[in-house]
Design a protein around this ligand. Structure first.
Ligand SMILES: O=C(O)CCC(=O)C(=O)O
Length: 373
């Protein structure tokens, strides 16, 4: 293990547990072999569709959706993309490019801080949501090749006092501006999706805005000499309704799983990538798809991203939208309290789409799996 990590482990100001390794610190020293707790062999394999042009990932133009010109065509494209892909690149999204640049510089700056500074935000023992800086243990005691900072950002009273409010002021102010912009963007997108799903906007907004759960993850993926042995981010689908992803420094690494194959996403300059999460697949009664994705680290370059998650409100029942259900279109998913849903999700950790499958109703009359596990 890198000396720096050991030094911090020995420092009892931190009570630094093995689940909180920093890969960024590890790679500061040349490493000959990847430490076993990062080695994921056999990496879950599926045919790689790397030969497919990654530009195939559909592009949605927000200008066309707000200006009225070509509105119907673009809305139709948004609808079919959410049905078939669950992922798209969003251009002309309206998020100020100077804010995007500032987010890049500030997040870069945060990860350049000495470990001792970052550790002030470490994930605290017993924090069920694993908020803060660090990394989380996956099944089998394995770790992702990434350092992360995850925190709830909305509603304000759910922000943990030792996280967002304690960030260096320039990072905090930049994130605040960024969050305000992506929130507005997310609201617009969800209203458009409601329209495309033939649902009243107010039903969608009542489900997730304005005091809905929102959170943000800043991830730093150090270069990895043997990326085929590790996972930058383990494959998973998101809990959210939608996720808005900003790839900060132009280094690709996101792969999505479609039609039985993994293929890489090549981000268009200045685009944000948006994906449908499990909760929207359920709310749309299976019309929209939440797609598994993962991150493969780069051999030579670090990669950074910020993911913003728009989730339901705390008091909702998670299930298909009532307006979409009728005798011809029966519910495909159970309806459960948010609390029950979150518990099920957390118990499955990041493991493909298993929790979503758990929520499915077996049309033969029996639920496939119990939620009480
Ligand atoms: O870094 C990325 O591109 C994806 C991050 C992600 O999937 C997540 O934070 O859930």
């Amino acid at each position: 293990m890198a000396g720096t990590i050991s030094n911090v482990e020995d420092d009892d100001r931190f009570s630094f547990s093995s689940s909180n390794f920093s890969v960024q610190e590890l790679v500061k020293q040349p490493i000959k072999t990847i430490p076993q707790h990062y080695v994921r062999q056999p990496v879950p394999s599926a045919p790689c569709g790397g030969h497919r042009p990654s530009q195939m990932l559909p592009t949605i133009d927000m200008n066309r959706l707000v200006s009225g010109k070509d509105f119907d065509v673009e809305l139709g494209k948004l609808h079919s993309t959410c049905k078939d892909w669950g992922f798209f690149q969003l251009v002309n999204h309206g998020v100020n490019s100077s804010i995007l640049e500032k987010v890049k510089l500030e997040v870069e700056g945060f990860y350049q801080l000495p470990l001792v500074e970052k550790m002030k935000f470490r994930i605290r023992e017993g924090d069920a949501e694993a908020e803060g800086y660090g990394s989380t243990e996956r099944d089998g005691g394995k770790f992702d090749w990434a350092d992360r900072f995850f925190m709830t950002t909305n509603p304000n009273h759910k922000r943990k006092p030792h996280l967002f409010p304690q960030l260096p002021s320039s990072l905090r102010n930049t994130l605040e501006s960024y969050i305000s912009e992506v929130k507005t963007l997310g609201k617009k997108l969800l209203c458009l999706m409601a329209k495309a799903l033939d649902m009243e906007e107010k039903e969608m907004m009542g489900y997730c805005f304005d005091d809905g759960m929102q959170s943000l993850r800043m991830t730093y993926y150090p270069p990895c000499p043997q990326p085929e042995l590790v996972m930058g981010t383990t494959s998973h689908s998101d809990f959210s309704l939608i996720t808005i992803l900003h790839q900060l420094n132009g280094v690709d690494g996101l792969h999505i799983h479609k039609d039985g194959a993994w293929f890489p996403v090549s981000f268009l300059p200045n685009a944000l990538v948006v994906n449908v999460g499990d909760t929207l697949e359920i709310f749309s009664n299976g019309v929209y798809r939440s797609i598994e994705h993962k991150v493969v680290p780069n051999v030579e370059k670090e990669r950074m991203s910020v993911a913003f998650f728009i989730n339901p409100k705390f008091d909702v029942q998670v299930g298909p939208a009532p307006s979409l259900i009728n005798p011809q279109n029966p519910p495909l998913f159970k309806t459960v309290s948010l609390d029950q849903y979150v518990k099920g999700f957390v118990s499955h950790k990041l493991n493909g789409k298993s929790h979503l499958h758990n929520m499915r109703i077996d049309r033969d009359g029996e639920d496939k799996l119990s939620l009480d596990n």
